[in-house]
Design a binder for this molecule. Structure first.
Ligand code: BTN
Length: 323
């Protein structure tokens, strides 16, 4: 915490020197403690110039999602009040589920620079190279029926698409239920996992994977025609720290609406506007069975309404939908 305040002072001085005395007075800590924090920050990759009289000057920040930095200015009420960070991990969803089972607070975020066993929907692998994406999982503890959990999937898709749009200016569409698409190619996937009893949700983990700064070479050959990254679309690398904050704020805003007020209908109106499936034909696959139909609507519970070849209305709550 104090280290984060020292970092904040250095960042706020905008390239100027901050004296050791000022830091030690503001935090009510010794000059040795200040020196210790400065050294820790240097070890984390911050380039800091030290001058015996002038103090400390921040020269450069590493492209790492250190909680000390990404939590600065994060004015959320629930999401990201606690952030756990890993340079490398198997899967942030697995870690988040472990922490949730051990009673962690609602809104905790697990974020990693790299996942060695990143998981996608339907048992697929999720490629998560180091420093190239946002690989994060959020723990929620909503007081809802298990049947309603699908709403959190749609809410997250809407929140993350809004976040990416606000942060980058790109237009982000949603492919039901929660793939985010830019220019027809997938840029983000969301994996929702729930622990529940018959009539009670224990926790929900929302795993978000954004192809932020992946280059064309980072995308596996078999996915090249289906997936892209923000950097590929924009032509430059995005500030992952900023993007992380946009995502946390947007999820916080929509989740707070969801639990505090009955604004679900309004969220669904916005979701439908962004969803590219409505009014188009789609192939619905579940297991070995595939069929084609016309998507006519998404109901307020988040189910896809599809007219099959016999003109019969089907309500789809899970499965793979391709267009
Ligand atoms: C999909 O198949 O579209 C969902 C992909 C979800 C990937 C994210 S990355 C962070 C979190 N940890 C995981 O192992 N998976 C999710």
């Amino acid at each position: 915490m104090s280290r984060s305040v020292v970092l904040n002072m250095l960042l706020s001085s905008q390239g100027g020197f901050v004296s050791g005395e000022d830091i030690s007075r503001s935090l009510n800590i010794s000059r040795t403690a200040v020196w210790k924090y400065i050294n820790e920050l240097k070890e984390m990759g911050y380039v800091i110039e030290s001058h015996s009289r002038a103090g400390y000057k921040l020269i450069a920040c590493p492209d790492v999602l250190w909680p000390d930095e990404i939590s600065l200015g994060l004015d959320t009420s629930i999401i990201g009040r606690e952030i756990v960070h890993f340079l490398s991990i198997g899967s942030t969803n697995d870690k988040a589920k472990e922490l949730a089972n051990n009673g962690c607070r609602e809104g905790l975020i697990v974020v990693a620079e790299e996942q060695t066993g990143g998981r996608g929907r339907l048992g697929r692998q999720w490629v998560s190279p180091q420093y190239r994406g946002i690989w994060m999982s959020v723990v929620l503890r909503p007081d809802i029926q298990p049947m309603e959990a699908q709403k959190l999937t749609l809410l997250s898709a809407l929140a993350v698409s809004n976040a990416i749009e606000e942060c980058t200016g790109l237009k982000v569409d949603i492919k039901w239920p929660n793939d985010l698409v830019v220019s027809g190619k997938k840029i983000c996937g969301i994996l929702t996992e729930m622990s529940a009893e018959v009539d009670k949700v224990n926790h929900v983990v929302i795993g978000i994977g954004i192809n932020a700064n992946m280059s064309a070479e980072d995308i596996p050959d078999e996915l090249k025609d289906k997936a892209t990254s923000l950097a590929i679309e924009l032509g430059y690398n995005v500030d992952r720290k900023n993007l992380f904050r946009y995502i946390s704020r947007n999820i916080d805003e929509l989740y707070t609406c969801f639990i505090n007020a009955n604004q679900w209908h309004d969220l669904m109106v916005e979701y439908r506007e962004k969803c590219i499936n409505v009014g188009r034909r789609a192939v619905i696959s579940k297991g070995d069975v595939s069929w084609e139909g016309m998507v006519t609507d998404i109901d307020d519970d988040g189910a896809l309404i599809v007219l099959d070849g016999h003109g019969e209305k089907k309500r789809i709550i899970s499965g793979d939908v391709s267009i």
